[in-house]
Design a protein around this ligand. Structure first.
Ligand SMILES: *Cc1c(COP(=O)(O)O)cnc(C)c1O
Length: 366
């Protein structure tokens, strides 16, 4: 028997989340962001459910190729553009749209030989300070690009640093709007957080929105607002089974470093899931988990192949009991990945992307 751990992808939830993203900006076209192998879900596994999107956005050229091989003929956007000049050959061959965020990328385009001019998304650094032209150099970059025979249509984009937080988007949106007022072209500014929180504001919505984490059922601003409150459904379940039960007495400890000590008699279940499966090693005692659909907690340190859980609320549990690390549990119970991420002091993005290669993945038929 294979080790009892499995991830399940839920296409129905992906579809529903895509619809939810659309409702957040009804007039915009939606990029389904499928970078990092569709946030750990697997591009091939999400493709059918997300093909109702207007395009796929990602940044790895090999992933772009995979999307084309799945038969997608619509737009594909490389969010970081070319990494070296010869990447533009693939852009021509697969008709990929690509971001242009620096002068070097314009130089490469200027010496690129192509019969079909490229659609590019000129990126502004409006305050994130990672990629993009600063506002004061933006129209010069636009002018340079628009003079190139290699370039067809130029769209304008920027990316928010605080769409999920207190600082918000206004300062960056202003910078973007002030510097693009006189430029033609479609606009794209919203990630999931901006889309959900501000998508209905007329000046924010613009032409294209870039939905990532919301499609994968996580609230970008958890815990201020939960996935359920946003109307998002879990798209990945990570489940395993109990492979042993230990009966502890007061003072007994569990696991490496004896991090957890029983205060009285209690049972602890040993789960076939550890950090080598992608479960966060830093999840402390108290991190939520479901056993047979009943909510309980992780106790002690997470190890490579196992973790331990408190069976006090589920005395009937035994070897073979189903453990839900995140996602959908038995009997309609749900454990949002956001809650596990929060307990482990990280974000759902990291947990979903970190699902390990060794975990078998199935696609459910709902
Ligand atoms: C990853 C990414 C997104 C999607 O972000 P989410 O927070 O997952 O919605 C949007 N735009 C760019 C440029 C990105 O790199």
């Amino acid at each position: 028997m294979p080790r009892p751990i499995q991830a399940t992808i839920h296409p129905g939830a992906l579809r529903a989340n895509l619809e939810r993203a659309r409702r957040a900006a009804p007039d915009a076209r939606v990029w389904a962001v499928v970078k990092a192998n569709a946030y750990g879900h697997g591009i091939e596994r999400v493709f059918d459910a997300l093909r109702g999107a207007d395009g796929f956005a990602l940044l790895d050229l090999a992933e772009a190729q995979r999307v084309r091989e799945l038969g997608w003929r619509g737009p594909i956007l490389l969010l970081e553009g070319a990494f070296e000049p010869r990447d533009l050959e693939l852009c021509s061959r697969l008709s990929l749209w690509h971001a242009v965020h620096c002068d070097a990328q314009i130089d490469w385009l200027a010496s690129h030989k192509t019969h079909a001019p490229h659609r590019v998304f000129l990126k502004m650094n409006s305050g994130m300070n990672r990629l993009g032209f600063p506002p004061e150099r933006f129209s010069a970059a636009w002018a340079r690009l628009s003079a190139l025979p290699q370039v067809d249509e130029i769209s304008l984009m920027t990316h928010f640093s605080d769409a999920d937080g207190a600082r918000g988007i206004v300062h960056q949106l202003r910078a973007f709007q002030d510097a693009t007022r006189d430029l033609p072209g479609e606009r794209s500014v919203c990630n999931s957080a901006a889309l959900l929180r501000h998508g209905l504001e007329a000046e924010v919505r613009l032409d294209w929105v870039r939905a990532g984490i919301a499609l994968y059922g996580s609230a970008p601003d958890h815990p201020e607002r939960t996935a359920q409150a946003w109307g998002l459904q879990p798209t990945m379940t990570l489940a395993a089974r109990l492979i042993a039960v230990q009966h502890l007495q007061a003072g007994d400890s569990v696991g490496y470093g004896s991090r957890f000590r029983a205060e009285g008699p209690m049972s602890v279940g040993v789960v076939a899931c550890g950090y080598a499966d992608g479960y966060p090693r830093h999840a402390p005692t108290g991190t939520p988990v479901l056993v047979d659909g009943v909510r309980t907690r992780v106790v002690g340190r997470v190890s490579m192949d196992m973790l331990t859980v408190d069976l006090t609320p589920v005395p009937s549990a035994g070897i073979g009991s189903e453990v839900t690390l995140w996602g959908r549990g038995p009997g309609g119970a749900v454990l949002p990945v956001d809650e596990v991420a929060q307990a482990a002091q990280t974000i759902a993005y990291e947990l979903l992307c970190a699902l390990a290669q060794r975990v078998p993945v199935v696609v459910s038929d709902d």
